[in-house]
Every structure is written in C-alpha cells, then in structure tokens.
Design a protein around this ligand. Structure first.
Ligand SMILES: [Zn+2]
Length: 505
C-alpha cells in the first residue's frame, strides 16, 4: 500500500503552519479506556499535507502525461536560456561601459514575469502549445522561478544551508517527468477508484482514495493542487490538500520517551525496547548487484558516438529503478509505522539533534545512515507530534547523551564506539550503551519544560553554523552544566515550537 499522508514540503506560504488553540493542560491522567482520541468540537488543526496514490495509466494516458511533462521541460529550458542570455548581454554591455539606464532591460525572475516572457514567445518556440494544458508550462516556469530565487537567496546569504547552484537545463532522459495542476477540474470520482484531472481526463487509481474522499465529503479537506509524476517506473498522483485535522491528544500525554538512534538498532527507546534496523539496502544488495551487472552487459547510450541504448538496456534500467523504489518504499513504511506509534502514545518525545548531513560525508557510515533514514524519522516525528498534540524535544547536538551516566549524572571524558555497555565508575551502573543514552534523553524532557521561556532557535538548517563554535566545549562539560536552555532546542517547524513547548507539561 503506497498511501501516505505527508506534510507538503514545498509550498511557499504554507510552510509548517500548525494552528492550535487549546489551552495548556497540566498532568493529564491517562485517557480512560474506550474514549476517543479525536476531540470533535474543538477548533481543528489546519495543515497542508499530501495524499499520494499510485496510478494505472493506459498507454494513451501515459503518452499524454509525458507530453505534458515534456511541455513543462520545454518552457523551463527556453525561459532559463532567455534568463541566461539577458544576464550575459547585460554583463557584456556593462563591460563596454554602457550606462545602467541604457542596458538591455532585465528579465524579472518572478513567476508572473517568467510566464509573461514565455507567453509572448510560445507561438514561435512551441507552436504546438495549444495541445497541452497551460498548467504544464506553468509547472516548468514555477520550478525555474523557485530555483532562481533559491540561487539568489543563497548568494546573498538570505538562505541557510549549503550553497545553491544556478539552475540547470532539464534533460529529457535524466529528469523525472512531472506535471502539476493547480486549477481546473481536479476531483476524486464517487467510486474512489478514479480521479479527474484537467486535459488528462479520468485516470484509474491503483488503490482506493477513500481516505481523501472521506475528508472531501466531510468538508474537512480542500484540494490545492495535483501532481502527476513517475518514480521508480510507476506513476503516482499526489494531491496537495489543505486539511482541517481534529484535535488529538496522545495516549499517554504525561509520558515521555527518549529515542536513541543508531545503526545496530534503528532506535533504542528509554523504555528498554529496541527497534530493530531492517537494513533494507543490505538485504537487497545481492539483487541490486545482479541487476546492475545485467545493465552493464547490455548496450547503453554513448554520448560521444551518439549511440542509442538498446531496448534490453532500457528494460534492465527499469528493473534497477524498481528495485531501488522498492527499498525506498519498505524503508518509508517502517519509519511511518514507528513514528506513528511513538507520536500516538507519548506526550513528549526526545531525540538527538544528529548532524545527518555531516555523517553522510563519512564514507564508511554514509550508506548505513542513509538506509536507516534518521533525518526522515526526525522530520516525521516533528509533524506527527504536532498533529497528535504531543511535543518533540530535540537535544542539543553536543549534549553528551552517550557519555553521561543515566543513574548518577557523571560524564565520562571518553567513550569508544566499541564499548557496547556503559559502566559507571562513580555509581557502578552497568547498562546497555544505547539504553543509557535513551534514558538520558528522556530525562531531558523535564529540563526542556523548565526552559520553555529560554533560547529558541527557529531554523533546523541554521543550527549547523551556530553549534560548530561550541563544539569542542561540550566534551569538558561537567554533570549538571548541560543547561536546560541548551537542551530545549525546538522542532524545526518555524512558529510551532513556541506553542508546543508550553502546551503539555
Ligand atoms: Zn553513575
């Protein structure tokens, strides 16, 4: 089943808006048996999330979708070339000493400006434009506008994180075909097995859309857009939906759990429960290798000689793509099951602020860490705790969760990775290393509650720079000095944290 609800990550203006109006409640008892987790009547939590369904396209429909995706690419590439040409022209004119007022007029980089430029030229560039929905061209232009904005924001320091490169041309062979519809007829048919999209018409779903259809019927959801794209050899439609979610509370609002992420076990909970790491990539390694060998033995494309790939090479490539998609699906399924369970049960979840991007730069660890999906797990916990009325506490990156004794609070200066059990020289505690770390994290839940008026960082991406300075200091930190303010770093959704930290005690 490939049906998942996820918050939409790429929506200007809707980013992480979780409005919750419930007053803070203290020391809630466990919910009596049989009482519903849904609190109807309360003002709901409004979120934007995606509902994604697999499609069963007929060959004709597939050609139509590919034509639309190609139209998006043509609009993107032509407009990008135009932007570049104008930039180069202005730079050349400046180098000849032309006054600023006499330069070739600059081309605006906003979506409306790009659309205007495209609409003026489309009759020459793409005389076939009438055959595709205008939304197809808009898809490509919107992607370009956002790419240009990201690049310029990154250049002038307005955007945190790694530097963003200048937009590149989309290749027909290498880009993922995708088209997004934001206007026109977008609906789920009453049989819940078909959807209707502009121009493409009635498309059959591979699975039932009942979860979305129920919300649409109840009036708690509104479709903002629909994106059709191919991933892993299969077509999907993703509806971006504005949803009014019923207010919920976790099963045990007063309970907290520390989650220590690792590779041996995917996670160890402070309750003592280890969550096994399924290692899907390792499991499928043999099959992946065989498929890659099969592909390499067949006649692939060669850009130098202009050789086209053989049909059999294309088929082998499809098999490799499907194998990778399967691993990704298995991984996503496992993570969703774990995070749903945790967010549904515990009022407070404490995780470490792992530097996943940094760990991925370690060649020996990268594959395992990417396979475990730490970053995705943290992202899911952040929004699911918000949806369930719980809260997520993210421990400071330099908090010594492994080196601290969960019994007496003594901090070891060194703890080698091979030491799988924690032996405390001060109080004599002997405990599994990961469980010790998880218990330390769980203990942070109280400190974070005390520090709710303390420092708050608002951006997960910005954290990288801030903590680098304080890095070496953490090793010398004495027991008890890991201040609550540092421990109570907030979840990465801007704006939500303030509320969530004060919500549950
Ligand atoms: Zn101890």
């Amino acid at each position: 089943m490939d049906y998942r609800a996820e918050p939409w990550r790429d929506l200007g203006g809707y980013r992480g808006r979780f409005v919750a109006l419930r007053p803070p409640r203290c020391g809630e008892p466990r919910r009596p048996h049989g009482q519903s987790r849904h609190r109807r009547g309360c003002s709901g939590v409004k979120t934007v999330q995606a509902y994604r369904f697999a499609l069963d396209l007929t060959p004709t429909q597939e050609r139509a979708v590919l034509a639309h995706a190609g139209a998006a690419r043509v609009a993107h590439n032509w407009t990008l070339a135009r932007v570049k040409a104008v930039m180069d022209q202005r730079a050349a004119e400046r180098s000849y000493g032309v006054a600023d007022a006499d330069l070739t007029p600059a081309l605006g980089w906003s979506l409306p400006a790009l659309r205007k430029a495209w609409n003026e030229a489309k009759s020459q560039v793409a005389p076939w434009w009438g055959e595709c929905s205008k939304e197809a061209f808009n898809t490509g232009l919107d992607a370009l506008a956002r790419a240009l904005k990201n690049w310029s924001d990154s250049r002038c320091g307005k955007r945190a994180g790694r530097p963003v490169g200048f937009p590149r041309f989309k290749s027909r062979r290498r880009s993922t075909p995708s088209v997004r519809f934001t206007t026109g007829t977008i609906r789920v048919e009453p049989d819940r097995k078909h959807v209707v999209l502009p121009r493409l018409g009635r498309l059959k779903l591979h699975e039932s859309a009942r979860k979305l259809a129920r919300r649409l019927d109840a009036g708690t959801a509104r479709i903002l857009s629909a994106t059709v794209r191919r991933d892993g050899g299969r077509w999907h439609v993703a509806f971006c939906v504005k949803v009014e979610r019923a207010e919920r509370s976790p099963g045990r609002p007063a309970a907290e759990v520390g989650v220590d992420l690792g590779i041996k076990h995917l996670a160890v909970l402070s309750t003592g429960e280890p969550v096994p790491n399924p290692r899907h990539l390792d499991t499928s390694a043999r099959r992946m290798r065989r498929l890659a060998q099969r592909m390499s033995r067949r006649i692939g494309p060669d850009r130098r000689t202009g050789r086209r790939p053989s049909k059999r090479w294309e088929a082998a490539r499809g098999q490799v793509a499907r194998a990778h998609a399967r691993v990704a699906n298995l991984r996503r399924d496992g993570l969703h099951k774990l995070t749903t369970r945790l967010a549904g049960e515990y009022g407070t979840i404490v995780v470490e602020d792992l530097n996943v991007a940094g760990m991925l730069r370690n060649r020996r660890l990268a594959r395992r860490i990417a396979d475990a999906g730490f970053a995705e797990l943290r992202r899911q916990l952040a929004y699911k705790t918000a949806w369930n009325g719980g809260r997520l506490v993210v421990a400071d990156r330099w908090y010594p969760s492994s080196k601290t004794c969960s019994g007496c609070g003594a901090v070891k200066a060194k703890l080698a990775l091979v030491e799988r059990t924690y032996n405390c020289p001060t109080c004599g505690l002997t405990l599994d290393r990961d469980l010790n770390a998880a218990r330390n994290l769980a203990a942070l839940a109280h400190k974070a509650t005390d520090a709710r008026s303390g420092r708050e960082s608002s951006n997960g991406r910005g954290a990288d720079r801030k903590t680098r300075l304080s890095g070496p200091v953490a090793v010398k930190r004495q027991p008890g000095t890991a201040s609550a303010g540092q421990a109570g770093t907030v979840p990465p959704q801007g704006g939500t944290s303030n509320h969530r930290l004060t919500k549950v005690h």
